[in-house]
Ligand binder design. Sequence first.
Ligand SMILES: Nc1nc2c(c(=O)[nH]1)N[C@H]1C(S)=C(S)[C@@H](COP(=O)(O)O)O[C@H]1N2
Ligand SMILES: [Mo]
Length: 247
Amino acid sequence: MIDLPPHRPLMHRPSLHRRRLLGGQLSIGALTLLTGCDISDHDSVQRALAAVSRFNDRVQAAIFRPDRLAPTFPEADAVKDFRYNAWYGPDKAPRQTPADYRLTLAGQIADKRPWTVEKLYTLPQLSQITRHVCVEGWSMIGKWSGPPLSTFLHRIGADTTARYVGFECADGYYEGIDMATALHPQTLMAFKLSDDILPTPHGYPFKIRIPTKLGFKNPKFVTTLYVTNQQPKGFWPDRGYNWFSGI
Ligand SMILES: Nc1nc2c(c(=O)[nH]1)N[C@H]1C(S)=C(S)[C@@H](COP(=O)(O)O)O[C@H]1N2
Ligand SMILES: [Mo]
């Protein structure tokens, strides 16, 4: 687990995000009317904004169409030297080796035997060239390869009538997605980036690649996968971002 440094890039500051949310959805005056609270009443404002954010999540979940595909691009558009991002430098990325790596399975899954890298690599794989969009203000087209997450979920006997799939990562990061997104045909367990085994900073042995979600909903270095009816927490959603964060 790595401690958060005191300063984050501007766009990752929850207060800024909340301000943008306010601008986009409701004026401060409207919020005051709605909640009967003065804007200086910090706690009430935070609670009201959290309620607006939860409402946005529900609307987004309701309008998400599981068959809608994210745009794909020709091979030539895929960037070879893909940008790195996390809240710490690439040299601090957790180094996992095939010898000691195990994927732990938990929750509503019939076969919870842990998976080695070798066994994961036997899953049938496909390649996909899609755009990764980071809330920090950059996007990049990349080529990722691996099995659809749905293939893996079916293989382990996951209860796909459950509502969510959650992830825990070797660096202390955590995320979760709704089952419709987990079963989406473009949601991959990416073992490769630009045709090479995923380099350590990009999430070795795999990254959950979800082209229908913002970058922060794509967990790297996944060590535990669980199936649950309780909405899993997310690292950035816990710091003010919308949980659903579809694109
Ligand atoms: N485990 C873990 N996964 C993570 C992050 C992280 O800090 N830790 N950062 C997220 C964010 S904000 C982005 S933009 C992408 C960056 O992935 P990349 O380094 O492969 O470009 O990973 C996402 N997944
Ligand atoms: Mo990001």
